[in-house]
Design a protein around this ligand. Structure first.
Ligand SMILES: [Zn+2]
Length: 406
């Protein structure tokens, strides 16, 4: 089918209404005009190419969401309810998770698609997913997620971290990690160099060796607490600097930053800023969270991810990044307009208002303005990716999708 233009009329931002025209062939915004003034002229000029017209009726523009920490291969979305047990020890939890995943009738690929549909429906069009690899499961999860990434190309950008969930050294996973990076994973993962691998320096060095060999960035899961975690992060920053990997590495969770004194955190934050190491947080409310405001004021790059969504670790989570941003702002006491707007930088890679030449990828919500949208996290009425309606309550299949995910 020949691709034409999408005209989305009466979209609100900066307290005004605009008409947006997107070229479906390139997915780029080709024209932005004040709504109404040139409406007739616009329809005459582009009439021969308009294939779909959408009247937003004053719904507010919000930028596309980015979910920077997910696990496409480990959730139970679309499966019968699974009863969980409280977390006791990490090795015990890993065994519990493995047995639950082993009993699932559906493969990682099918479940990855279910989660991606849920995310798209809520306006998320860029994600970073960690995908389990270990000597037992090999690349079985990864190969399926790589296939799904191809299928969703153009709708959602997917970065893949090869993730040795059982411990890089503990489970003897260096060799399978090498295979994963060769197969197409973009990042080297790792988890608790102290708590799980029990050899902080050796574990970190193994990650950096893999990263150097494949010119890949690193994203480390770090739950190790307090000073143990602080030491690990400072070594991670040091190795990042030595390897010349500024801007490519991240530490996920980093709860330890919320467990030590402010002076210590500030000094480490300055190191993170200088060495270009980002922090990924899922905005936990059941344990200390890294002091996000301090990190941002020091210049550290911070991103938010959903992490667990209905899996063996947690029954909570729904993949809604606007809600996740709202949770951060509320938990941090960010009531001022400035901080409500700053929060968007943690859940989106795009600016708050669209520009000609950018991708026509955004959501529409019922809100007074961008601050209100962040605070209230209203349902997505429509989600466009490259000018194509892909989700939201006005999306034809959304009713069906809601049934699957409820
Ligand atoms: Zn995770």
């Amino acid at each position: 089918m020949e691709k034409g233009l999408t005209l989305v009329k009466n979209v609100k931002w900066s307290e005004n209404l605009f008409d947006l025209t997107i070229d479906q062939a390139t997915g780029l915004i080709v024209r932005i005009e004040t709504a109404g003034t040139d409406a007739d002229l616009a329809s005459v000029v582009i009439a021969d190419r308009v294939t779909s017209v959408f009247d937003a009726g004053g719904l507010h523009y919000i930028p596309p969401m980015a979910d920077m920490h997910t696990h496409l291969d480990k959730h139970f979305i679309g499966e019968p309810w699974k009863s969980l047990q409280p977390f006791v020890t990490l090795p015990g939890q890993l065994e519990f998770e493995k047995s639950m995943l082993g009993e699932l009738p559906t493969g990682a690929g099918e479940r990855a698609k279910r989660m991606l549909d849920l995310m798209l429906a809520q306006g998320t069009t860029a994600i970073r997913t960690h995908v389990d690899v270990d000597p037992q499961i090999g690349l079985s999860h990864l190969e399926e997620v790589l296939e799904v990434r191809e299928m969703y190309q153009g709708r959602i950008d997917i970065e893949i971290v090869a993730f040795p969930q059982q411990g890089l050294l503990r489970s003897d996973s260096v060799s399978v990690m090498r295979q994963a990076l060769r197969a197409g994973a973009n990042y080297v993962g790792g988890v608790d160099p102290a708590g799980l691998d029990r050899r902080v320096d050796a574990s970190l060095e193994a990650m950096f060796e893999l990263a150097t060999e494949f010119s890949a960035g690193i994203d480390l899961h770090l739950h190790d607490p307090s000073h143990l975690g602080i030491y690990t992060i400072s070594r991670f920053a040091e190795l990042t600097e030595q390897a010349g990997m500024s801007g490519r590495n991240a530490v996920s969770h980093a709860y330890c930053l919320g467990q030590v004194g402010e002076t210590e955190v500030r000094s480490l934050a300055e190191r993170l800023c200088a060495t270009g190491v980002a922090i990924m947080t899922s905005v936990p409310i059941d344990r200390p969270m890294p002091p996000i405001k301090l990190l941002l004021e020091t210049g550290v790059s911070v991103h938010i991810g959903s992490d667990n969504i209905l899996d063996s670790w947690s029954p909570f989570g729904n993949g809604d990044m606007l809600s996740r941003g709202s949770r951060l702002a509320e938990a941090s006491g960010w009531v001022e307009d400035f901080w409500l707007l700053e929060t968007y930088k943690l859940i989106s890679n795009a600016s708050l208002t669209p520009k000609v030449g950018e991708r026509g990828t955004f959501s529409l919500v019922n809100a007074i303005n961008a601050m209100h949208a962040l605070a209230a996290a209203p349902p997505r009425e429509a989600v466009f990716s490259g000018g194509v309606l892909v989700g939201g309550r006005m999306f034809p299949n959304s009713r069906q999708m809601a049934a699957i995910h409820s």
